[in-house]
Design a protein around this ligand. Structure first.
Ligand code: AMP
Length: 218
């Protein structure tokens, strides 16, 4: 299975689509946001710095991310296709990633651009809740992705949680960061001929179907 990169503004659905790919094709899902959140659970200076950056909606230093990412993709579960959810976030990370790929003898694979309307993305962020156990993502304001019981995971039957950075103020900052830092990646990957534009405003099933069509022609 080829590796996958998602380029997407906040709340375009990269986490949800990654989970669907993982469930269907057993690919390994790597969320750099989650890798960073694991680091914030320690009381170290590094943990505090990461937490501050994430809460403000700014990017975490490239060196930290690249180090975490390199260790993660070198693991055995990444030998048969992995999904990068949240990486790269700028052209510098993309260039450094290609050097890591060469070193580890891995391929770039597909780059999917999830294209979503800003107002819809905001609604998705403000209502987003997820399961701390299985990672399933729900939205308390959207019929399509509401949990069956308010605030409870359909699969694990435990309380859903809200991320610290899922509020309107941080959303605006994250969206600006996306336009300034991440959008230049669109041209970078277009020129390499590996970019696929996937409309992502119409819900998870049509978005997933468009991705499967690129991957398998289904
Ligand atoms: P995400 O879970 O992908 O929405 O990321 C949440 C936050 O983690 C972002 O707003 C950044 O502060 C940080 N982050 C995640 N991935 C990266 C990355 N590749 N480079 C820098 N910061 C990142």
């Amino acid at each position: 299975m080829k590796n996958i990169i998602f380029i997407a503004p906040p709340a375009a659905g990269k986490g949800t689509i990654s989970n669907m790919l993982t469930d269907t094709y057993h690919m390994t899902h790597i969320s750099t946001g989650d890798l960073l959140r694991e680091e914030t659970s320690s009381d170290s200076e590094l943990g505090k710095y990461i937490k501050e950056q994430m809460q403000s909606g700014a990017l975490v230093n490239d060196e930290i991310i690249l180090d975490l990412l390199k260790k993660r993709i070198a693991k055995d579960d990444c030998n048969d296709g992995y999904i990068l959810d949240g990486f790269p976030r700028n052209v510098e990370q993309a260039i450094a990633y290609e050097n890591i790929l060469k070193e580890l003898n891995k391929d770039l694979g597909y780059v999917f651009l999830l294209d979503v309307d800003k107002e819809l993305a905001k609604k998705r962020i403000v209502g987003r809740i997820s399961c701390p156990q299985c990672g399933a993502v729900y939205n308390e304001y959207m019929e399509e992705t509401k949990p069956k019981k308010d605030g409870i995971c359909d699969k694990c039957n435990i309380s859903l949680v809200k991320r610290d950075d899922d509020n309107e103020e941080t959303f605006e900052k994250r969206f600006t960061t996306y336009f300034e830092k991440t959008e230049p990646l669109i041209n970078y990957y277009k020129e390499k001929g590996v970019l696929y534009n996937i409309p992502a405003s119409c819900g998870k099933d049509p978005t997933f179907a468009a991705i499967k069509k690129v991957m398998f022609g289904e």
